[in-house]
Design a protein around this ligand. Structure first.
Ligand code: ANZ
Ligand code: ZN
Length: 868
């Protein structure tokens, strides 16, 4: 063992040992408990950022911990390799997306390896390779034939700069998330996954996931958005509309039906079109509405606007005539694209009615009371007893729901129904760098799925897109083909799939990554799945996780796997944050400076009082702690840290600074501290082994002081095991090890028994740290005399007898106030404890002149003497 801790050498040695021995190769071992530990795979953007490093460190520590529990662990890694950034880089640097992507993968793989992750690299999956997407295309054709995928025209967000369709969540404040361009609405033919057919199951099986954070399940529930409500039909007023018919609305509050004072339709609604034909002044408002994005968040917050039409409908129960408005807050693709407006009990309707002077009629008594002028304010969403509703007065919500349904059913003007917020998933993208949609368009046969034996439809890899439209649509060599069914000349689909599709099933492909006989090898998939622990960012709490759950069920229904859900336990790791520094420019913009380039000034109490740029010594403003990002220039390059301190320090810092699910604040001092701690462990171990290895501890013959050392060792094991095993609290587990190190450093090393204890202590430290700092522990374990590698060692167990204390210190109170302390034998009787307490000198002083009324003994803790 070197005298100095030399991370570079020992990390290289440990890594090459693991590689030589294929230590992380996972094989199917029937009968052995498996543990599939998965971190969300990275997009190969160029190099790892701190968020990746944190994610993969957490996953690795958990994987290694479970291996030490004796489980058959699988930890794979791969690349979410299709996507926009490759196309952007291609345009910028005139290099094909494929080349750019493969080069990034190579570099980032080297970085991951340098972190010492216990990954089975034989299972590496790269989603842009035909051997992967071939099966995605295969599943697509199966689902298309089943009708689970269908083609229809859809209104989409069209980004005029990127020339592509954006998902709602890619539209931010009406602009493209990447281009910043104002989004238009467009109608184009697209392929859709019928995820709505699985809405009920996606919702109900969330209840089978106790290992998921409640917050994530709530987000998924809200996204799926199941509402029980009623479909209500408002008969047309023929005089104003000019024809017979009904206007259908969907409402979750049929109990408020008697409070509806107008109806409102979306700009795309047929009644809006009809009204605009009669009154062309409505046209411009309709056009304005159509121009905006279709993102619901925007619609919810934007100012409510509308126009009145000359059209009228009849109230379904009273027959009263009600005006039809066109309103920007009504969505065409939800419910019926029309609402019955109840301004007294719906905030949006209220805002609208106030603005346009429409009547407001309260019909439910809420906690807000009946006081004028606005009894309904602050009580939206509240249920209550019906008022002003004629025959329905006095009913509660459920009673009113049922009575309204009866009344409407009788007239054929309504029935209850369940409505989901979730829409079908449009996956067509007019992009090049994605998985080709395996469909051929034939004039005679229509949309023909590419037969399995003709798959994959290979994406040409040598294309450099120029930013206008889809390159594939300009490549006859790609799209000219023959119809698989009639043989006539036909045209291949040139859209590619949303890259969320690839990340929806990669976790399953890892079970049999090179299987050529099908999408999944069922035996492997059923052995490894579901994933026991999934780790990733909260930003994937909705879409990625929902799509992956959906795909799991699709694959199940294809007979490819047996389980119902892909991820048994989910850990959403917190963000990595750091201080920000800036200078204000004359035009109000800010120049951001990297923390590495800034010197912080502190006062005598170490409080930060200012900061200066190292380069010019001039002050910079402190901008507060933010998520590490390019825009605020507060990212720290993990590679620099690994190069300087080694992977173990980096891993220790990451795991010690905060629990995995909380945000982690970057701190140079923290990294320094982690490095210092590892050097201390090294130094103690080095000094210990330099004098030769001792025999095993003989617990029976230890002195009291030695027993205290041994108790510290087993207390650390016990508490660290609880912290890690129950809550993934590696930070507190590390703190236990640090406490133990303090004890061991102070413990004598003179006698054979002392040195045996030190050996036991250092072994505990090594094993407890092994998942976190695997390289140093690899060396320490060998140096401590073990022939096997620490990677094959098991997690340490507690010797309960070592925890038993011979004597205990008890606190003594007189009338509840602390008055003294006594040491008693741990097994002393109640009487002996009481006697010792009464005899304590200090206590006697406080009892002087008093009569003892009662003595309360709390075993192991305190004695309270009540006297007056
Ligand atoms: C009358 C009413 C009274 C409503 C009341 C609410 C409160 P969730 O729960 O999300 O399903 N709504 C229906 N279709 C709509 C559309 N296309 N665009 C905008 N809003 C629409 O929401 C259902 C409620 O949202 C429905 O119930 C309807 O307003 C509105 F005191 O009807 B309600
Ligand atoms: Zn044909």
């Amino acid at each position: 063992m070197h005298e100095q801790y030399q991370p570079r050498e020992i990390e290289a040695a440990a890594q090459s040992f693991w590689e030589r021995n294929q230590s992380f190769l996972a094989t199917l071992k029937p009968g052995k408990e498996k543990f599939y530990c998965l971190s969300m795979f990275p997009y190969p953007s160029g190099k790892l950022h701190m968020g990746h490093v944190r994610n993969y460190t957490i996953g690795d520590v958990i994987a290694r911990y479970h291996r030490m529990q004796g489980k058959n662990v699988l930890q794979p890694m791969g690349w979410d390799a299709f996507g926009m950034p490759a196309e952007n880089a291609a345009m910028k640097n005139n290099v094909a997306p494929a080349k750019w992507t493969y080069e990034n993968i190579e570099y980032m793989k080297g970085q991951l390896c340098s972190l010492g992750l216990a990954i089975d690299w034989t299972r590496e999956v790269t989603t842009c390779k035909p051997d992967y997407y071939r099966w995605e295309q295969w599943l697509f054709t199966r689902l298309f034939e089943k009708g689970v995928i269908y083609r229809k025209n859809g209104t989409v967000n069209w980004d005029p700069v990127d020339q592509t369709v954006l998902a709602n969540e890619q539209v931010i404040d009406g602009r493209g998330w990447r281009s910043g361009a104002l989004i238009e609405k467009r109608e184009i033919p697209m392929y859709y996954f019928k995820i709505t057919a699985y809405a009920d199951e996606l919702l109900s099986s969330l209840d089978d996931l106790p290992g998921w954070p409640e917050q994530v399940k709530t987000m998924q529930r809200n996204w799926i958005g199941k509402s029980r409500g009623m479909e209500v039909a408002f008969p047309y007023d023929v005089a104003s509309i000019g024809e017979e018919g009904t206007l259908k609305v969907f409402t979750t509050r049929p109990d408020t039906l008697m409070g509806a004072t107008y109806v409102a339709v979306a700009a795309e609604h047929p009644l809006a079109t009809l009204a605009a034909q009669q009154d062309t002044s409505l046209r411009s408002f309709i056009d304005e509405c159509k121009r905006g994005g279709v993102a619901e968040a925007d619609l919810a917050t934007q100012e409510k606007k509308g126009v009145a039409t000359p059209l009228r409908v009849q109230h379904p129960l009273t027959g009263e005539l009600m005006p039809v408005w066109i309103a920007n807050y009504v969505l065409m693709n939800y419910g019926e694209g029309a609402v019955m407006a109840v301004p007294a009990h719906d905030a949006r309707d209220f805002e609208f009615a106030e603005k346009y002077g429409l009547p407001i009629k309260p019909v439910v008594r809420t906690s807000a009371g009946d006081a004028t002028p606005s009894p309904w304010l602050d009580a939206y969403g509240e249920h209550g007893t019906l008022i002003n509703s004629g025959e329905f007065d006095g009913l509660d919500f459920q009673g009113a729901f049922d009575a309204m349904e009866m009344a409407l059913l009788k007239k054929g003007l309504g029935k209850s129904r369940t409505q989901f917020r979730l829409r079908d998933w449009g996956i067509s993208r007019q992009r090049y760098w994605g998985c080709p949609i395996p469909i051929v368009h034939c004039d005679a046969c229509g949309d023909v799925p590419v037969p399995a034996e003709q798959l994959p439809v290979v994406l040409p890899e040598d294309v450099v897109p120029d930013g206008t439209g889809s390159p594939l649509a300009k490549m006859p060599a790609f799209y000219e083909c023959r119809c698989p069914s009639c043989g006539a000349p036909a045209k291949r689909e040139t859209d590619t799939m949303d890259t969320f599709v690839e990340s929806s099933w990669y976790f399953a492909r890892y079970a049999s990554p090179s299987f050529t006989g099908g999408m999944l090898d069922k035996a492997e998939a059923d052995y490894w799945l579901p994933v026991d622990q999934y780790i990733g960012g909260i930003e994937h709490a909705i879409l990625h996780l929902l799509y992956a759950r959906f795909f799991h069920k699709l694959m199940r229904d294809e007979g490819l796997i047996t389980s119902n859900e892909p991820f048994s336990n989910l850990l959403t790791q917190g963000m990595v944050v750091a201080e920000t520094y800036y200078r204000l420019n004359a035009n109000g913009s800010k120049d951001w400076f990297n923390p590495a380039d800034v010197e912080v000034e502190r006062d005598a109490k170490a409080k930060v009082v200012g900061a200066r740029l190292k380069a010019d010594g001039q002050p910079v403003e402190i901008g507060g702690i933010e998520k590490m990002s390019k825009s605020k220039n507060n990212g720290v390059d993990p590679q620099a840290m690994i190069d300087q301190y080694g992977a173990d320090t980096c891993r220790l810092f990451m795991m010690f600074a905060s629990p995995p699910d909380m945000s982690l604040e970057w701190s140079d001092a923290g990294v320094e501290g982690a490095s210092r701690f590892l050097r201390r462990v090294w130094r103690l171990a080095q000094a210990h082994v330099a004098t030769g290895l001792p025999a095993a501890v003989e617990p029976g013959s230890l002195s009291d002081a030695q027993k205290d050392v041994r108790r510290a060792i087993h207390l650390a094991i016990k508490q660290a095991s609880v912290d890690v095993g129950q809550h993934h609290k590696f930070n507190t587990a590390i703190a236990q090890v640090m406490t133990l190190m303090n004890v061991l450093e102070k413990a004598p090393s003179d006698s054979a028994a002392d040195r045996a204890l030190l050996q036991e202590g250092l072994e505990a430290v090594t094993l407890l740290l092994a998942p976190i700092t695997p390289h140093i522990c690899h060396t320490l374990w060998q140096a401590l005399g073990h022939a096997d590698a620490v990677i094959d060692a098991t997690w340490p167990t507690v010797d309960e007898s070592a925890l038993v204390q011979d004597t205990l210190t008890l606190v003594i109170q007189v009338n509840g106030k602390l008055r003294g302390q006594i040491d008693v034998a741990a097994d002393a009787s109640r009487e002996a404890v009481e006697a010792a307490a009464r005899g304590n000198e200090n206590v006697l002083r406080f009892l002087d002149g008093l009569t003892i009324r009662k003595v309360i003994v709390v075993p192991g803790k305190l004695v309270n003497i009540v006297a007056n």
